[in-house]
Design a protein around this ligand. Structure first.
Ligand code: HEC
Length: 233
């Protein structure tokens, strides 16, 4: 074999190698390898929706006002998203997730016989019971509220879905009392009105308007009676 032939063959082999290598690199660029972060599959029921603005003002509602039969009914429909992993009936059996009968008012990680994650057990250290507010926050983004939880559910973005669902969960054998009506709504105007009321009380205007109204109403009634009386007679 002449040197030239050898060079040609060697060059060919080298070129082939370079082409193969180049193609592999190129395919790595084209088809990005993604690491599988979590084993198993994720049931992502609720998609992220474009309501970033609402997120900032996502405070729990006045539970006294929203635990209504209408919300219980609406919440039952929402609970279909939970039923893939949770039993919601009175058997309270565990499945992928713990039974959710009587979960409202229950201690987090407190269902007997369920193998909770360390994250959920830790959470129980700072959250003594699943009260309305705690569920409201948890169900929005379980993985954010309890980082490391085994509940691979993306969450319910819409406040009305969570409110309805919590009303439904509360109807499932929960003994947690319904909170009293929130005074906040009534207190805000009252706080503003308070000084005015104090000022009016000692002053004359407050006292005079009441009798004045009464006085005005009093003559009006007989007058009306007097007017109607003649046609009758
Ligand atoms: C993909 C399965 C899955 C879905 C869907 C799911 N969960 Fe869970 N859930 C779990 C698992 C697993 C746990 C236990 C979490 C842990 O130990 O970290 C859990 C825990 C919980 C807990 C805490 C219970 C306790 O005893 O402390 C509540 C409350 C809860 N889920 C409510 C819901 C609701 C309401 C829905 C529907 C909106 C839902 N989950 C949807 C799997 C799921």
């Amino acid at each position: 074999m002449s040197d030239l032939t050898f060079n040609k063959i060697a060059g060919g082999v080298l070129l082939t190698g370079l082409v193969i290598f180049g193609l592999r690199e190129a395919s790595d660029i084209v088809f990005k390898k993604t690491e599988v972060e979590k084993a198993g599959y994720e049931i992502a029921v609720q998609e992220e929706s474009a309501e970033g603005g609402a997120a900032a003002a996502d405070t729990p509602p006045d539970w006294n006002a929203v635990l209504t039969p209408a919300n219980v009914a609406a919440g039952q429909a929402v609970s279909a998203k939970c039923a893939a992993c949770h039993k919601l009936d009175a058997s309270n059996a565990n499945s992928t997730g713990p039974g959710l009968w009587d979960v409202v008012g229950r201690k987090p990680a407190g269902h007997p016989g369920f193998n909770y994650s360390g994250a959920m057990k830790d959470f129980a250290g700072k959250q003594p019971i699943w009260d309305y507010d705690a569920l409201y926050t948890f169900l929005k983004a379980p993985g954010k509220d309890v980082p490391g939880t085994n509940m691979t559910f993306v969450g319910l973005k819409k406040p009305e879905d969570r409110i309805a669902l919590i009303a439904y969960l509360h109807s499932l054998g929960s003994t947690l009392p319904v909170p009293p009506p929130r005074p906040a709504a009534a207190a805000a105007p009252a706080a503003e009105g308070a000084p005015a009321a104090d000022a009016a009380a000692p002053g004359a205007p407050g006292g005079t308007t009441a009798p004045a109204a009464g006085a005005a109403a009093a003559p009006a009634a007989p007058a009306a009676g007097g007017n109607t009386a003649p046609p009758k007679a």
